[in-house]
Unconditional design. Structure first.
Length: 194
């Protein structure tokens, strides 16, 4: 996806997600080209960490915002995305618990790369163009885990979300996540235009 198509009010958020996609694809290529077992493992662990943080940002901030704003437009795509994330997370957990000594290690990383390539294509070719067509502002307003409150919802930079996401969500929340928990999303003040 070409970043020049992105409206200014969406650039920060979508660029961050696009950069993550690019980085993950690059790491999968490096894994494939690398011959040394220890170096391969290092790359695989890095890609697992990157993808875990990326998925958390999408699941905790980006997807809930889209679903709240336009459930009829985004609901089906977001449900598919969550199922794809779940499959990827299963494989990520297996890779994180294994090493190159595992006969299936390389196959697992390769299949994860294929899952991610498919998922990224869906996000960049279907989801993001729909977001762009809405022309809404996407401004991150809360830290992940914060209880939504208009009074406390000062703007903050989305890159801070990445830092916050490296802390396990369970450690940030007073109660375990549940479907009823209010989402901690993007700024309602930057609501959808029109
Ligand atoms: Fe993504
Ligand atoms: Fe995703």
């Amino acid at each position: 996806m070409n970043k020049s198509q992105i409206p200014a009010a969406q650039k920060e958020v979508l660029s961050l997600l696009l950069d993550d996609h690019k980085k993950a694809k690059k790491l999968f290529k490096e894994f494939e080209a690398e011959k040394d077992d220890a170096a391969k493992e290092k790359i695989a662990q890095e890609v697992c960490t990157e993808l875990t943080v990326h998925a958390a940002i999408e699941e905790e901030i980006f997807y809930p915002f889209l679903r709240d704003q336009k459930p009829e437009l985004f609901g089906d795509l977001l449900n598919e995305a969550l199922v794809e994330h779940a499959s990827a997370k299963d494989l990520i957990a297996q890779i994180q618990a294994a090493s190159m000594e595992d006969d299936l290690y390389e196959a697992k990383v390769t299949v994860l790369g294929e899952y991610i390539a498919h998922h990224v294509t869906e996000e960049e070719d279907e989801l993001f163009p729909k977001v762009i067509s809405q022309k809404t502002g996407l401004i991150c307003a809360r830290r992940p885990g914060e209880v939504p409150s208009r009074a406390s919802a000062g703007p903050f930079h989305i890159s801070e979300a990445r830092t916050a996401m490296t802390t396990p969500i369970s450690a940030q929340l007073p109660t375990p996540p549940s479907p009823d928990r209010p989402h901690h999303g993007l700024n309602e003040a930057a609501a959808w235009a029109g």
